[in-house]
Design a protein. Sequence first.
Length: 432
Amino acid sequence: MTGMDNFRIRGRQGWHSMKRMSVPYGKDKLDIALDGKNILDVVYPKETARKKSSRVLANAIAEPVDGQTLNDFLGTSEPVLCIVNDATRPTKTSAVLDIIKNNIRNSTIQFLIATGAHRAPTDQEMLTIFGSHLRAYNDRIMVHDACDDKTADYYGETRYGNALWLNSALKRFGRILIIGSVEPHYFAGFTGGRKAILPGVAAYRTIEQNHKHANQPGAKPLNLIGNPVHEEMIDCMITFHDKRLLSLQMVLDRNHNIHEAFTGSVEKTFETASRAASELYRIEIAAKADIVVTVAKPPFDINLYQTLKAIEHGRMALKEGGVLIVVSPCYEGLGPRSFARLFSSSKSIEDAVNNARTCYHLGDHNAINLASLANQAEVWMVTNIPDRILLNARMKWSKSLQHAISQAIDKQGRSARVLFLMDGCFTVPILT
């Protein structure tokens, strides 16, 4: 178990072998100590060989998965729209721009930030996305606003009858470059690829209807087969048959360095990257734990809405009746208004659950998840969110991680076993 110090203390029943360890909390660490016999496992995404990101990207561009080269794609006078992620994803957009800046120099290119239903990026987040290239491209950057119906065009319907309203900028360009990263997603299966369009640059009403499928049986992490959320995204991509699309998709390791990258069609790059991401983030565990500590690392610790990824993965490793301890500062509180409204009162969660299948509102699927989790286990949070707000969702605020773990062991029994998901938003624990 890396990152642990061993020491011994003397208690009422003799000497105990203790372990001291650090748990990520935003940009800081929380130091804790607990009896070694209580530790079931400490789980990270798999270790990867150190690779230089620029070399990985250069190889991906030089050797596309299906023959479509970036040089040919950008080497014409035809305008190009480049869709990039917002700052709620750890995608290394600026690293890609480092590699392709010479190709872009002679191209008529504009950028569209795929915010989905998120807020617009702050100035600091714009710098995170574009890095040193922000000044050069600043006048070419558009930010998607899902709530602005005036900027949406109709593209047809999905197999489930969802009307596809997408950013009108898409119709002005015959060539679209998508830069993204592929990670596990708790109801879309994986992020990346097709997700840049839906929900990335879709209208709020289209996103809302797509997320309505989030509680269907097939909507779960690492799964695409029979996943209606994913299937609607694929239906959306089919509407672009008259355009030329090129995709560059990355797979990041647990330190958010570029592990693999693939260039080519959206379908092929996503398929290849999702396999690589599954190998990296699917972690087999031998047993479920009495207590699970699940950590939301940056950028997913920004609010509770993004932290849900760590919560959903954490519950997969937890025994019935256990305690889930969620570690996330949530600097911006709850998150989007559509989600935050669920915490206005204890009745709000119940109403959202009752109404989710008849008059669904964006975020109601999270109410169902939180309500079912509260029936399965206790949820305690080490966070900046006030206790009175968490109580509305039957969650409990903890003053420190050490206190939470000690209290949980007291509750579950002195022989209780604790499992740590050190990167809960990316790690998908699978019981073997």
